[in-house]
Design a protein around this ligand. Structure first.
Ligand code: NAD
Length: 483
């Protein structure tokens, strides 16, 4: 079945300047469909409509916003199976993970439906008699949302849901690799009783539509998730127009395995964190820092675990790791295998293409050992099913290695020692820490984000999202003389 999708512009589904083919990475002979590429003049129309729709949406009030978000979330959860299967087909993650992603996306909407009602401001007395002060939050206005392909439904949902809950309009640019699932959720949102053009969804080349969007004077705020180089360009564009910006970007997440850890649990958590979703998670564990006393046993068990994963077609039952998302990404991954070997790392297992029943971008999960933290494979984000083991002789050395990175998104420690766990919690420089848990796997009601080159601007998710999606207004009120 092919799925021909258009862009949602100011409430209408429109063709654009040509189309791109949507190719199934599990089977490159399966052309899922084609997706229209939006034009910059369509973007101008979308922004103009959003500015009008935003005022109407804000005026509609909190009960309306609650009800709409609840309906969106409920439908998304009910359709987790079919939209999840679509994600598996176009992005390549196993079907169960696709389904889980859509269900989680629905939870973002139902969570923020409740947050829409919880809009309570502050009251203050003035230092001047006869004057009162109130502090309230108002929508920031029209929000540009730019999302990547790896969580094509969850990531835009954790942005769109708070944006709408707090009274904003949205212009959403999804990634060109995953347009069909984007169209599916835009359709659910657009079908609600909302002002025309409250949400527009425009796919197109990042350098054209994305760039125009972040430079647009009709946009009041930009929420971006993607790579560091693109993020840097967006930050520069946002500064030029003084536009509020929030960015979640790359990572190089470490997991420390101490000599006191439950080794089998450590292997299980590290392998799942490193290879789940084909390593294409911003929370993936790509640097494993292992105490020398358990290092060799850990590497041996990790290799067994890595080779036990069933790599295959995302829609096949039993597949644990799907294909890499694209030919370009696979070539980049294979390039890092060459780089690692050239740097002197020992490839313990994996790292090559895998033959499957269909012609897809399959790669065997790779473990490098004998690596040092100055190697490229330990410094650059690979976004691949590749993990690198480093040896440390003490907790202090392991922590120092873990902290030696330009990134700081998630970090984990496997230890049964409470003192080490507590010290790690206080001294690891990352936005999200895991103790005896994989680096990947977060909840939806608490803040998510990182430090350093991983994040910029206010946190996403949970109640903390209000900071980005609203602006604060302080009003001084003098009643005058009642007589
Ligand atoms: P990407 O940076 O190439 O693209 C992300 C989005 O930005 C896409 O929609 C793309 O079309 C758009 N874009 C590209 N150029 C643009 C420009 N000049 N102006 C505006 N928009 C532009 O990233 P990707 O390859 O889609 O996703 C992988 C990256 O995303 C990885 O680096 C990963 O770490 C990151 N990521 C981060 C998080 C997080 O929360 N920290 C989560 C998921 C993914």
């Amino acid at each position: 079945m092919t799925i021909e999708t258009r862009n949602l512009i100011a409430g209408d589904w429109l063709d654009g300047a040509g189309t791109i083919a949507n190719v199934n990475p599990s089977d490159i002979t399966d052309i899922i469909g084609h997706h229209a590429q939006a034009t910059t003049s369509q973007l101008d129309d979308a922004v103009a409509a959003a500015r009008i729709a935003q005022q109407a949406w804000w005026d509609a009030g909190i009960q309306k916003r609650h009800d709409v978000l609840m309906a969106i979330g409920t439908e998304m959860m009910a359709r987790a199976e079919d939209i999840g299967t679509l994600i598996a087909r176009e992005e390549g993650k196993p079907k169960a993970e696709g389904k889980g992603e859509v269900y989680r996306a629905g939870q973002f909407f139902t969570y923020y439906a409740a947050e829409a009602l919880r809009q309570i401001g502050d009251h203050a007395q003035s230092v001047r008699p006869g004057i009162e002060i109130d502090v309230r939050r108002e929508p920031v206005g029209v929000v540009a949302i730019i999302s990547p392909w790896n969580f094509p439904v969850a990531t835009p949902s954790w942005k769109i849901a708070p944006a709408l809950a707090f009274g904003n309009a949205v212009i959403w640019k999804p990634a060109n690799l995953t347009p069909a699932s984007a169209a599916a959720i835009a359709e659910i949102i657009n079908r609600q009783d909302i002002p025309k053009g409250l949400l527009s969804m425009l796919a197109g080349p990042g350098a054209e539509i994305g760039q125009r969007l972040v430079e647009h004077r009709g946009v009041d705020a930009i929420s971006f998730t993607g790579s560091v180089p693109v993020g840097r360009g967006i930050a520069a564009a946002a500064m030029a127009s003084m536009t509020k910006v929030q960015m979640e970007m790359g990572s190089k997440n470490p997991m420390i395995v101490m000599d006191d850890a439950d080794l089998d649990l450590a292997v299980s958590h590290c392998s799942n964190a490193a290879f789940g979703a084909t390593g294409q998670k911003c929370t993936a564990a790509s640097r494993l820092i292992v105490h020398a006393d358990v290092h060799d046993a850990f590497v041996e068990k990790l290799a067994v675990a890595a080779q036990a994963f069933k790599v295959g077609h995302a829609l096949d039952d039993g597949t644990q790791i799907g294909p890499v998302v694209s030919e370009a990404q696979l070539n980049s991954n294979l390039g890092y295998i060459v780089t690692g070997k050239a740097e002197g790392a020992e490839l313990i297992c994996g790292g090559g293409r895998v033959e499957a029943r269909t012609d897809g971008h399959y790669m065997a999960p790779a473990v490098f050992a004998g690596t040092t933290n100055d190697m490229k494979i330990n410094r650059e984000e690979m976004f691949a099913p590749i993990t690198c083991v480093m040896k440390a002789h003490s907790y202090a050395e392991a922590l120092a290695i873990a902290n030696d990175s330009e990134f700081g998104l998630t970090a984990g420690i496997m230890t049964t020692n409470l003192a080490r766990a507590n010290h790690f919690r206080a001294n690891m420089r990352a936005g999200t820490l895991m103790v005896n848990l994989p680096t990947a796997g977060t909840d939806y009601h608490v803040p998510f984000g990182g430090r350093g080159a991983s994040s910029f601007g206010p946190r996403e998710q949970g109640q903390y999202a209000v900071e980005f999606y609203t602006t604060v207004k302080t009003t001084y009120l003098s009643g005058g003389d009642p007589a």
